[in-house]
Design a protein around this ligand. Sequence first.
Ligand SMILES: [Zn+2]
Length: 82
Amino acid sequence: MDCWFPGYNVRDAKAFKKILDLLASPDGKNISMIFVMFTPGFSAALAAAPETLPNGIHPRRVFKNDSKHGGHFHIRFATRNP
Ligand SMILES: [Zn+2]
């Protein structure tokens, strides 16, 4: 699923926090991967994030650096269609 919000394209620590909040929400448990074209600020924020979120998600296992995701980020859900 392609996603975007105002401020995403700079992909700074603030943008990271916004996506992390989504990952930390109850729905975050259904997210298996998030593709982002990392910036140095984004990478630093990810490195500084907690190892495990309260919902059991490990942010550093979910975020993937991908060069095609500078203009939007991409969420892959773990839930498969029956
Ligand atoms: Zn995408």
